[in-house]
Design a protein around this ligand. Sequence first.
Ligand code: GLU
Length: 525
Amino acid sequence: MTVVTRIAPSPTGDPHVGTAFVALFNYAFARHHGGRFILRLEDTDRQRFQIETEARIVAMLEWLGLAPDEGPGIGGEAGPYRQSERLALYREYADALVASGAAYRAFETAEELDAMRAEQRRHGRDPGYDGRGRSVPRDEQEARAAAGEPHVVRLLTPDGGHTAFHDLLRGEVRIPNADIRDTVVLKSDGFPTYHLAVVVDDHLMGVTHVIRAEEWVTSTPLHVLLYGALGWELPTFAHLPLLRNPDANKTKISKRKMDTSVDSYREQGILPEALLNFLGTMGWSMPDGREVFSLDDMVGAFELERISLGGPVFDLKRLRNLNARYLRDVLSVEEVARRVRPALQARLAADAAAAEVEEDEYLFDVVDVLRPRAETLSELADKAACFYASRLVYDDDARRRLAAGQSYLEDLEREFAALEWFDDDGVDELLHAYVQRQAVPMGKVMMPLRVALTGSTDAPGVVDLVAIMGKSRVLQRIGHALESISEALPDDDPERLRSEAEAAAKAAEAAKHKPRRIVGTAERG
Ligand code: GLU
C-alpha cells in the first residue's frame, strides 16, 4: 500500500503555525514511507475565504521545504484540489446517500429550527435537530426538491448507542450518537459541509492516513458513519496534540495570545530550518534525543507512534534560541550571508551612499563576527547595517559617550591613520599600547570607539570591528563622530549628569578587576 497523506487548510487569514505543524508531520510520515503528500484547499466557506491566502499557503510550504506532490497549481491525478471546484462531486454523493436511504432532504426553515431549539431549551433539553424531517416520504422530498424548495441533506444517524473509531495515538474514541443527530452534509446553497467534503475527498484522493489537528477528533465518528453509508473503507486516523500557549493554563495557541502567523516569523528572520526543527519537537523527538535535527533526519526517523500527546508548548524563547543555534552553528557563514543580504539591503535602501552589500569576504567577516550576538536574521541585519551605512546617526546617549571620549577618539584617529598593518594583530597592539599609555580603564577608550564605529554600545569586540571595517571606513566614522560631538547636546540636567558620572565610576571600578587584555580576535570562531 502506498501511503498517502494530506493537509486540508481553509484559506482564511494568515498561514498559521498550526498548519505548518500538521503539514510537517504529514510530510514526514509520507516521505518516510515513500508515499505521497497532498495539499487540498477547503475553500467552500465562501464567507471566510480569502483569495490571496491560497498563494500564501503554497508559498509557506515551499519556504519550509514541505512542497506537496499534488495540489492546486501542481496538479495530480486526484484533482481538482480546491473543494470549490469539486461541488458537483459532493452533490453526486449527497444524492447517492439520499437514494440509498442513508440521508434525507430536510425542508425546515431557519425560523422553524429556531422555534424547535427554543422549545427544547424551555424543557431543559440540549438543543439539537430532533429528526422531524425523517417522516417526510421520499417521493415527497424529491418532488419538493424538484419544485425548487430550499432544503438541506441530512445524514440519518442512529438515535441511541455510540460510534467509535480507532485513533492511532489515542486508542478507541467513542462518542454518543445523540451528539451527532442527523448532521447536515449538504447545505441549502448546494455547498457541502466540511464533513461530507472531507470524507468524499479523502476517499477519492486515496488518503490512507488522516493526520490532523486534535480539534477534529469529535467530528470523526460522524465521518465514520459517512464512510459506512457510502460503503467505503476507513483510513487510519491520528489526531495530533494541540499546540499550547506558554501560559499557566496552557491554553490552545491563539492569535490573541501570541503570534501564530508563519509569514510573521519569516519576516522576523526566523529560519525555515529552525521553525521546522522547533515544530518537530512539538510532541515528537528524535530517537537519540538530539534537539537539533534537520527535516531529512526527521523523515528518516519518523514514526507516528513516537508522538506524545502531552500538550506541547509553543515557547517563543525556545524558538528564538534554536534559531540562534542555526545561525551560529548549523549554517555556514556563506549561507547566513546569503540569507541576511536582502534584509540588510532593505535597511540600507534609504541610504543612497551606503556601500553595496555584495556576497564577499567583507559580508562574510561581518556575519561571522555578528552571528554569535543575533537570534534572528532581522537582528543580524540591524547590527550589520552600521558596517555599510554611509553615515551613522548618533542618538543623545551615543553623543554623550562620544563626548566623554573625545580626546581618545582624536588620538586614535591619528594613530589609526598612521598604522601600516591594519589587521587584527596590528589593531590589537595599537589599542593595547594606547590604553596602557593613557593608564585608564580599558572601557573608557573602547566604549567611545565602539559607539563611534557602530552608533551603539552593544557591539562585538572593538578589535574585530576596527579590523573588519578597515582603515578608511574607521577613519571616516571617527571623523563623523567627532563632528557630531560639536552639535549641541540637549542634556544639561545636573541630576542626570551626576548619575552618569557615578555609573562611569562604577564601570571603571569593575574594569580594574578584569584582565587588561583587549579581547577581540579570540572571540572569532
Ligand atoms: N479544513 C480543516 C482545517 O482547516 C481541515 C481539517 C482536516 O484536516 O480534516 O483544519
